[in-house]
Design a protein around this ligand. Structure first.
Ligand code: ZN
Length: 160
């Protein structure tokens, strides 16, 4: 009897690897994330949200990168929808847009103010440590304008 249980458990484990509950968890997390922001939780939005924040890790991703990932899933989403959804997520403050290099945009799921490294050899960005960053003085905003945000993007390349 014990032995049978053992095999049953093992079998279940193999057929439904660790992720079964995690997938459900990431689905719920994504559903809540989208709904709480006041967006209608469409199938496509949930799928995209799941890729963005389903595993609880922060990400920097381009629309094209997200499109490539969603293509591998069972939900069909056009590149235009990916763009629109990312813009909608930005508008409600779920993610931030970080513009680098000639207007290329990365979408960042981390919401607090933080600097980025821009890796010139790969064209990617990652979070940079913020401990030593100080911005003490900014130029005045142009007449009749106000500063809304200061993005710090530190470009790096191999030094040798
Ligand atoms: Zn970031």
């Amino acid at each position: 009897m014990l032995k049978l249980n053992y095999y049953t458990l093992k079998d279940t484990f193999v057929r439904h690897p660790i992720n079964k509950s995690n997938t459900k968890h990431s689905m719920n997390r994504s559903l809540n994330w989208v709904s709480r922001a006041g967006l209608r939780p469409t199938k496509q939005r949930i799928k995209l949200a799941q890729i963005l924040i389903g595993d609880g890790e922060n990400k920097h991703i381009t629309a094209e990168g997200l499109f490539d990932l969603v293509k591998k899933s069972n939900v069909s989403v056009s590149l235009a929808t990916v763009y629109n959804t990312l813009k909608a997520f930005c508008d409600v403050g779920l993610i931030n847009e970080v513009m680098v290099d000639g207007g290329k945009s990365y979408f960042d799921t981390r919401l607090d103010d933080h600097p980025h490294f821009f890796w010139e050899d790969t064209g990617e960005i990652s979070d940079a440590p913020s401990e030593n960053l100080e911005i003490n003085n900014l130029p005045n905003a142009p007449h009749e304008y106000e500063i809304t945000k200061v993005d710090v993007i530190i470009r790096v390349k191999r030094s040798n």
